[in-house]
Unconditional design. Structure first.
Length: 95
């Protein structure tokens, strides 16, 4: 798992959840769903922010919330780690 990508997601998550800047998040931290940190609007904000940050940092455009993501058996948006894994696979495809 790309630590740089995890850091990018955590940074964007801190921006979305302004009041949780001191949180101790791990790759297991739930983002969406039962016990998740985000409601649907904040999840969309995070996805857009992460997509833009990936483009800025890695120089490639990815779409995190697409038909492929929605058809997966396990949502890539369930935790920081699952989002990082999914984003990493898209970055590898794009490069």
């Amino acid at each position: 798992m790309d630590q740089k990508l995890i850091g990018l997601i955590v940074r964007e998550l801190q921006d979305v959840l302004v009041d949780a800047a001191d949180a101790n998040w791990t790759t297991e931290t739930k983002l969406y769903g039962e016990e998740g940190l985000l409601d649907s609007l904040r999840l969309v904000a995070l996805i857009v922010a992460v997509e833009q940050a990936i483009e800025d940092e890695y120089g490639c455009a990815v779409t995190l919330a697409d038909e492929k993501a929605m058809s997966l058996r396990h949502s890539p948006f369930r935790s920081i780690g699952s989002l990082a894994d999914y984003a990493e696979s898209l970055i590898k495809e794009a490069i």
